[in-house]
Design a binder for this molecule. Structure first.
Ligand code: FES
Ligand code: FES
Length: 173
């Protein structure tokens, strides 16, 4: 069954008609030509399709486009503002954390989600003191929180310092 939806993507409202089974990832890539999120596994296992949905990271291959409503969808492209890269973009460059174009947009979106989670004080599986005020993004925390984003080449070493540098500037490290 087809239905008309409006998605708010990277600050712009886009109306389209989709089969109700269309994933957010396919709507973005195939219908709206936004190729920032990538299709790796299409099964929620690699993180290449990560986008922010009202500020929270999701695997867009696991989200049906018709369920998104008027939530704000932000891709790695949309993290840039006023023609300026996001601090995470800069930090990934500075720390040589940029890898292939396949996994990096998802890594950057996920990192933005990690910073927001830390600012909100959300604990992770490796948080030692669940009663502490706020969250400190140690290397272990960053690794744990970024663990849903896989790289086929295992080139992770520079991503942790790239995220850590921004976390430090934001006061969550
Ligand atoms: S393509 Fe969505 S998690 Fe792999
Ligand atoms: S560098 Fe992107 S998958 Fe390995």
């Amino acid at each position: 069954m087809d239905t008309e939806i409006t998605l708010r993507v990277d600050g712009a409202a886009r109306s389209l008609t989709v089969d109700t089974r269309t994933t957010l990832l396919d709507a973005l890539r195939e219908r709206l030509r936004n190729t920032s999120p990538k299709k790796g596994c299409d099964h929620g296992q690699c993180g290449a399709c990560t986008v922010l949905l009202d500020g929270r990271r999701v695997n867009s291959c696991l989200v049906l486009a018709v369920t998104v409503g008027d939530a704000e969808v932000i891709t790695s492209d949309g993290l840039a503002t006023d023609d300026r890269p996001h601090p995470l973009h800069d930090s990934f460059v500075e720390h040589d954390g940029f890898q292939c174009g396949y996994c990096t947009p998802g890594q950057v979106c996920s990192a933005a989600g990690v910073l927001a989670e830390a600012r909100a004080g959300w604990p992770s599986h490796v948080t030692e003191d669940l009663t502490a005020e706020g969250v400190t993004l140690t290397d272990a925390e960053i690794r744990e929180r970024m663990s849903g984003n896989l790289c086929r080449c295992a080139a992770y070493a520079n991503i942790v310092p790239a995220v850590a540098a921004v976390a430090e500037k934001e006061g969550v490290r």
